[in-house]
Design a protein around this ligand. Sequence first.
Ligand SMILES: Nc1ncnc2c1ncn2[C@@H]1O[C@H](COP(=O)(O)OP(=O)(O)OP(=O)(O)O)[C@@H](O)[C@H]1O
Ligand SMILES: [Mg+2]
Length: 343
Amino acid sequence: MIQVVNLQKTYPGTRGVLARGEVRALRGVTLDIRRGAALALIGESGCGKTTLGRIVTGLEAYTGGEVLIDGANIAGMTARDRRAQFRKVQLIPQDPYAALNPTRTIAAALFDPLRLLARRGGKDGAWIERRAVELLRLVGLDASETLYKYPHQLSGGQRQRVVIARALTVEPEALVADEAVSMIDVSLRLGVLNLLSQLRRDLHISVIFITHDVAAARYVAQDGQTAVIYRGEIVEMGPTDDLIQRPVHPYTQSLLSAVPVLHGLEQAGPDRFIPRPTEQGESNDSSSCLFADRCPFADDRCKAAHPDPEPWAGAPDDRLVACFKPKERKVVAVPLSGRASNQ
Ligand SMILES: Nc1ncnc2c1ncn2[C@@H]1O[C@H](COP(=O)(O)OP(=O)(O)OP(=O)(O)O)[C@@H](O)[C@H]1O
Ligand SMILES: [Mg+2]
């Protein structure tokens, strides 16, 4: 359904007191997600997850590589065709409150996109109202209780359901949920995660689930794939359960270990992962492994050549690992029942 091939995104640098060099947010990402499938994207802050989500929903331009939706390459399309293709992929943002206009009722939020569709399809006002009620029911809300309310009169979970209902107005084939439950009260998260799974099942919608939370990734993409991103590259990808239980790339292992990599706050030690250097200090050199300066297993080869994702022979299923020293290592894993599934 969505394919990205060698996708690259470079943000230009800025000048002035806070001058910053250009940022390579994505450095050649290749992914393929089928209709109805789930893909979780995990990785630390700033690794490029949102950038990828915004590119595949058409909200951000890319600077290299290819994006195909339903097999059609976006490049070379007229603006109108491109819009039509990207309409099939809808973004569910992190903050449902910011996504809804506080001065307009839920009805108004849903009627606007429906009105456009009605005009195109020659439908009347009654259809718009019926469809809004139907969509609210689909996301688990009772229209009589929500339709004429304002966003502040709903709970965080209800608001995120409204945002999902609005995304569904255009009958998308895929949803990109970017940290879509992180701002919702913990007690309501599981309901929204379940809703995403239900929409996959019932409407055959693909879900790209972007998160820091491994437990949530596992919950949503249990029967799908998980890709681990580090500094704009996929360093490991495979079937979710297998990847979480048997991570092979040292970065995935650090991400899943009980010792979180806290952006330079963790203690470095012989058996610990080395903190992430500041951005200025980072090697931007793609002729080495980007994780080499933090990896306890790095040797000269890791500093002299760049590993590309390759099938790893140790896994029965398709696992891709970008590492010269792939190895299953014992990790003190985070509890797999995690926050999300405890609710
Ligand atoms: N509009 C922009 N202009 C310049 N740089 C940007 C822009 N958007 C993102 N970046 C940079 O691109 C990199 C990737 O950002 P992105 O938002 O995709 O990360 P992320 O993985 O979503 O992080 P988080 O988990 O914190 O949401 C970061 O270094 C970020 O500072
Ligand atoms: Mg983000």
